[in-house]
Design a protein around this ligand. Sequence first.
Ligand code: IMP
Ligand code: MG
Length: 186
Amino acid sequence: MNELLTVEDYNKKIKRVLITEEQITEAIRKAGKEISDSYDGRPILLVSILKGAFVFMADLCRAVTVPCEIGFMCAKCYYNGTVSTGNVTITMDLEQDISKYHVIIVEDIIDTGRTLKDIVELLKSRNPISLKVVTLLDKPARRKVEFTPDTALFTIPDYFVIGYGLDCGEYYRNLPYIAEYDEAGE
Ligand code: IMP
Ligand code: MG
């Protein structure tokens, strides 16, 4: 359960729009085309990391024009406010045997890199035909472990961002754009 916010306080924390709906739509169209162009007749499995990537997954899978399946994993990287504590736990796993698939991990944001480093290691150990990582956002300045995605739709500075699946305290996931979060919010 979350701390309840008044609508006024909720709106005050949305500092400014960083990436518009239109920019996101255009970048996803391109990413979907790249995935479709790489199709070699073998099964593609898009794997979304919940909860943050659910919106990106919904749009990206509809930009893919070749046969593909979707799967979900839930990973929690525990946050203390807006600061990562560095503990990653898989709380829901895939049901597919991924050795039969080209796997594409669909992530919302790469921050310290810990979540994806762990997930990539885990999925690699299950021997997929191939494994790629597509992230909507990348914050390379914040990396604590070495990790580079195959595709990042947008590279952003060290801001805490909300919207389009990304939350702060479980709020703001439903904003249709990416915004900078205003900690002070006055
Ligand atoms: P990492 O393990 O530090 O790379 O963090 C990855 C996860 O932390 C993401 O999947 C997000 O859920 C969350 N996260 C990192 N940065 C932000 C942010 O700016 N806003 C909201 N969530 C974030
Ligand atoms: Mg989150």
